[in-house]
Write a protein that binds this ligand. Structure first.
Ligand SMILES: *[C@@H]1O[C@H](CO)[C@@H](O)[C@H](O)[C@H]1NC(C)=O
Ligand SMILES: *[C@@H]1O[C@H](CO)[C@@H](O)[C@H](O)[C@H]1NC(C)=O
Length: 382
C-alpha cells in the first residue's frame, strides 16, 4: 500500500496540536516538527546533485544492512557494534582541506595536505563517542603523460595544527606531530587503509575557534627526488596529479550519541498484523514511502518503511489480548454502564521498534542514524 504525504504528517499531528493559517504552511510546520523529533533542525539540503555526491562508504552500507537484519531481534540499543562504542549516529565527515604550498624547506620530496573536518555538523546535545580518521591510499597507475615511478611505500606523518600559520613563518612552531608511520602501498585494486583515533582532538574541534585541522605529510620512500618532477611546483598540482603517487582519501568517521533519542526500550519482534475484519484495537499496516513526502533527495535508504498505527475499539469486557491496564479494564466497565459520560479507553501504541536511516546532511556527509520508536509493533487499550 502506498500512501501520500498526509499520513506521515498525520503521525506528527497525532501528538501535536497545531493551528497554522494556510494548509501549505501547516504542512511545512508539521514537517518541521517531525524533523525536529528526528533531531534535525530542518530538512537536509545536500549541496550537490545526486551524481556529484560522495558514494556511500561500503562499511556504512554493511552497517545499515546489518541493522536492518537485526531489526526483528534483540539488540543493544544505542550502541554501535561495528566500533564497540555507545552511539546512535554515524557520520562520514568529508575532508575539506587543501593541498598546501611549500612553506617548509625541511622536506623537499614531501607532499603536504591540510585536513579539515567541520565538526559543527554535530549538534550541541550530541555526545561524541568516537572520531576515527580513515585514510585510504590508492596507488594510481602512471598515466601516459606522467611516466613517473609509483612508490611502493610512503612515510606518513600527521600533525595537529594549533595555531594559524602565517605565510613565511615556520609551520613547525604551530603544529605538533601526532603520528609517523610507514605505509606499504599495495597494487591496485587493493587500496591501503590507515585508521587513527582522534576522539579527544575532535572533541576539542567542537569548540568554536579551536579547529585548525591537521597536516598530512607524505614522503615517498623508494623514489629518488629527481624522479618526482611534479613535486617542484607543488602548489600548482592537485594531489592526484602530483603524486602519480597515491590518491589520498581521508574521512573522519564520527560516532555520537543523541541521548534524547535513546530510550530504554528494547527491540521487540515486529508484529505482522493479521488481516482480521473485526474492529477491535490492533496494529494496522501503514507504509510510509519517503518519495511521497519528497524526501528522496536526502534519504539514501530505506526508501520507505512500515510505520504502522493503532486503531480500533476497546470494548467491554476487555480481553487479555488487548493489553489493557487495570485502569482501562475499569474504564470499559464504567463506559458500558454510562457510555455518555465516560469514553472507551484509547487504542494506543504500547511497543515500538527502531529504524535505521542513511542520509546526506547539509555538508554532503553520509550519515547513518538509528531512531527509536519508529515502528508500532504492539497496541493496547489505555
Ligand atoms: C561548517 O559547517 C557549518 C554548517 O554546516 C557552516 O555554517 C560553517 O561555515 C562551516 N565552517 C567551515 C569552516 O567551513
Ligand atoms: C498485546 O501484546 C501481545 C504481546 O505481548 C501482542 O501479541 C498483541 O498483538 C498485543 N495486542 C494488540 C492489540 O496489539
Amino acid at each position: 500500500m502506498r500512501l501520500h504525504a498526509a499520513p506521515l504528517l498525520l503521525i506528527a499531528a497525532c501528538f501535536l496540536h497545531i493551528s497554522a493559517s494556510s494548509p501549505a504552511e501547516e504542512m511545512k510546520h508539521k514537517e518541521r516538527l517531525f524533523l525536529r523529533s528526528m533531531g534535525l533542525s530542518g530538512r537536509p539540503r545536500p549541496p550537490r546533485g545526486p551524481q556529484a555526491r560522495h558514494r556511500v562508504p561500503s562499511r556504512l552500507w554493511r552497517m545499515f544492512r546489518r541493522s536492518e537484519d537485526i531489526q526483528a531481534g534483540e539488540k543493544e540499543p544505542c550502541a554501535v557494534e561495528e566500533f564497540g562504542v555507545r552511539g546512535n549516529i554515524v557520520r562520514y565527515v568529508q575532508d575539506e582541506g587543501r593541498l598546501l604550498p611549500v612553506w617548509s624547506s625541511s622536506c623537499q620530496t614531501c607532499l603536504e595536505k591540510q585536513l579539515f573536518f567541520n565538526m559543527s555538523v554535530l549538534q550541541p546535545a550530541e555526545l561524541l563517542s568516537l572520531a576515527q580518521l580513515e585514510i585510504t591510499f590508492h596507488r594510481t597507475p602512471p598515466s601516459s603523460a606522467q611516466l613517473l615511478q609509483a612508490p611502493q611505500a610512503l612515510s606518513v606523518s600527521l600533525f595537529e595544527v594549533f595555531r594559524i600559520t602565517l605565510k613565511g613563518a615556520d609551520p613547525d612552531v604551530n603544529r605538533r606531530l601526532l603520528l609517523s608511520q610507514t605505509v606499504q602501498l599495495k597494487a591496485e585494486p587493493t587500496p591501503t587503509h590507515m585508521d587513527v583515533d582522534l576522539t579527544p582532538l575532535a572533541e576539542k574541534w567542537r569548540k568554536p575557534g579551536q579547529n585548525y585541522g591537521l597536516v598530512l605529510e607524505l614522503r615517498p620512500l623508494d623514489v629518488e627526488a629527481e624522479d618526482l618532477l611534479p613535486f617542484q611546483p607543488r602548489t600548482s598540482f592537485p594531489l592526484e596529479g602530483a603524486f602519480t603517487l597515491p590518491l589520498v582519501r581521508p574521512t573522519l568517521v564520527v560516532v555520537s550519541l543523541n541521548p534524547q533519542q535513546c530510550g530504554s526500550r528494547r527491540r521487540r519482534h515486529a508484529v505482522r498484523s493479521p488481516v482480521a475484519p473485526s474492529n477491535v484495537c490492533r496494529t494496522r499496516r501503514l507504509y510510509i514511502d519517503f518519495r511521497d513526502v519528497g524526501w528522496q533527495d536526502w534519504i539514501i535508504a530505506p526508501q520507505g518503511y512500515f510505520a504502522n498505527y493503532c486503531h480500533g475499539d476497546c470494548p467491554f469486557p476487555l480481553s487479555e489480548s488487548l493489553n489493557g491496564t487495570n485502569h482501562a479494564i475499569l474504564q470499559t466497565l464504567v463506559h458500558s454502564l454510562d457510555p455518555h459520560n465516560t469514553p472507551q479507553p484509547c487504542c494506543v501504541p504500547i511497543h515500538f521498534s527502531p529504524v535505521s536511516m542513511l542520509y546526506y546532511d547539509n555538508n554532503d556527509n553520509v550519515v547513518l542514524r538509528h531512531y527509536q520508536d519508529m515502528v508500532v509493533d504492539e497496541c493496547g487499550c489505555r
